[in-house]
Design a protein around this ligand. Structure first.
Ligand code: PEP
Ligand code: MN
Length: 368
């Protein structure tokens, strides 16, 4: 059961709900606080066996002064689920950037960090195009152990410093092991926190439950969760719930295509038709990753590469974030060069995303 308090509700309301819940044996309380730009909203989640939960009279809870709403939830992804169309979407602010349904952020950057020169050229180009969010792969989960595995923790200090130098506020960075979080934290401290990091769970780790729990146990960094490429959407949503169940609901859910030969000639079968589905089933902002979905730079007869066409599909469906591989010299990239856009494509990328987002806002009830 989720009990939502009125915005900025008093601590007395919270105590009254807690006292009410204490009448039901074995029911545990978990508090979720959402700090918005202007208000603080508290949700109190009551967790117990179905037998006990059905004895709780929700009408009585709703009459406690300061309670705004009460929703009974199913056992599946109970924290992330929308459960009721009137429930508002999750939003969070991180390092000066807001993540919600009201805007779309372009996270364009290197699939794999290679040289300081390439990182600097990329960061400078982002700044020139007014982009403050990027992706930078330091820990790369590769299909073969003989492929480039990423520079790991050694590159973190200079990547973070260069991000700070060019005003980049959030870097999406995949972690494949819980110890990488400590490495990121130490590198940020040692460089004076010049930027922020969003921890990315790659598709290969979508059901690595220990990693998911570890990312949920820390609250410093938000999490970008990529759906599993070979499991159902339902299984991915349940896996993502592991992060929230440990206490961190600052999550963006990312679609990146699913593995099947039926997607050929694309690298994966593009699944951006699931953007509205994830938004309906959960309260999470949704990201699309056109680069890992399409995997190549071929263009349609209209001159637009397939990557742009699927970005359009994601944005017109209400995505809040687009994760795109770019590289100053795609031919020499050590990972996924064939799907990387050159930096010269950034102005068009910004124009394209902005134009389509405006169309989306003009055609739906969402406006910025
Ligand atoms: C990536 O974004 O670099 C990546 C490896 O993506 P995925 O986990 O979706 O394959
Ligand atoms: Mn990649």
């Amino acid at each position: 059961m989720i009990i939502t308090l009125e915005p900025d509700a008093s601590s007395e309301t919270q105590r009254n709900v807690e006292a009410f819940a204490s009448r039901f044996p074995g029911v545990k309380l978990r508090l979720h606080t959402f700090e918005g730009a202007n208000h603080r909203v508290v949700e109190i989640h009551l967790i117990g066996t179905p037998q006990v939960m059905q004895t709780i009279p929700d009408r009585e809870v709703a009459t406690i002064p300061g309670v705004r709403g009460v929703v009974r939830v199913s056992t599946k992804y109970r924290l992330l689920g929308r459960h009721d169309s009137k429930m508002t979407g999750y939003r969070f602010d991180y390092n000066g950037v807001s993540f919600d349904e009201k805007q779309v952020h372009i996270f364009s950057g290197l699939c794999a960090v290679d040289t300081p020169q390439h990182v600097e050229e990329t960061m400078r180009a982002l700044q020139d195009n007014g982009i403050v969010t990027t992706r930078m792969g330091a820990y790369k989960p590769r299909t073969s152990p003989y492929e480039f595995q990423g520079l790991g923790k050694d590159c973190l200090p200079w990547v973070f410093e260069l991000a700070g130098k060019y005003g980049v506020k959030v870097i999406a960075m995949e972690v494949t092991d819980a110890r990488h979080v400590g490495e990121i934290e130490r590198a940020l401290e040692s460089t004076g926190n010049p930027t922020g990091v969003m921890l990315q769970v790659g598709t290969r780790n979508a059901q690595n439950f220990e990693l998911l729990r570890a990312l949920g146990q820390q609250k410093r960094f938000p999490v970008l969760f990529k759906r599993g490429m070979g499991i159902t959407l339902e299984e991915s949503l349940n896996a993502c719930e592991y992060v929230a169940s440990e206490g961190n609901s600052n999550i963006v859910f990312c679609l990146r295509g699913v593995k099947t030969q039926l997607g050929e000639p694309h690298r994966n079968l593009v699944d951006f038709a699931h953007v509205p589905v994830v938004r309906r089933l959960t309260r999470l902002p949704v990201c699309v990753d056109p680069s890992h979905s399409v995997g190549r730079m071929d263009a349609a007869p209209d001159g637009l590469p397939d990557i742009f066409h699927v970005i359009g599909q994601g944005v017109i469906a209400g995505a809040s974030m687009v994760l795109v591989d770019v590289h100053p010299d795609p031919k020499t990239a050590l990972c996924d060069g064939p799907q990387a856009l050159g930096l010269d494509k950034l102005p068009f990328l910004v124009k394209y995303v902005t134009t389509i987002r405006k169309a989306y806002e003009s055609l739906t009830t969402v406006s910025s």
